[in-house]
Design a protein. Structure first.
Length: 134
């Protein structure tokens, strides 16, 4: 598939540039959800338990947020945005710190590109969207 090919291309890139010092690798996935506004979850901002109004000093506000997580061998950052009515964007970043000179480690992570796409999709479907719908 195209995703598997992306991981292979990156692995080949690091082989050619093996002299380059790598400190981390990030696997990124963007999911866009579009539909009738009433079908999409509503994002709100709470400050001290109070909902921030959707109009502030004449500005129409749209809300989003950033969530952070950590696992044994990587960190996760999920940025949620609702740029327009009827649209939400979920940007996933899986961040892996690398050992010094770990080109082989980069290649292993690059071949996990398809795996972490599935992980992001599962998080989105079962956790984030499930939580927002409740």
């Amino acid at each position: 598939s195209g995703l598997a090919m992306t991981g292979k291309l990156f692995s080949d890139y690091t082989r050619v540039l093996s002299h380059t010092p790598y400190k981390a690798i990030g696997l990124n996935y963007i999911w866009r959800w579009q539909g009738p506004a009433e079908m999409l979850p509503e994002l709100n901002l709470l400050v001290s338990g109070k909902k921030v109004p959707s109009k502030l000093n004449g500005y129409s506000m749209a809300f989003g947020g950033i969530m952070y997580g950590s696992a044994k061998n990587h960190k996760l950052r999920v940025q949620v945005e609702a740029p327009r009515k009827g649209e939400m964007t979920f940007n996933f970043n899986f961040h892996f710190d690398l050992k010094k000179g770990a080109v082989a480690d980069i290649r292993r992570k690059a071949t996990s590109f398809v795996k972490y796409r599935s992980v992001s999709e599962e998080i989105l479907k079962t956790s984030i969207l499930g939580e927002l719908r409740e």
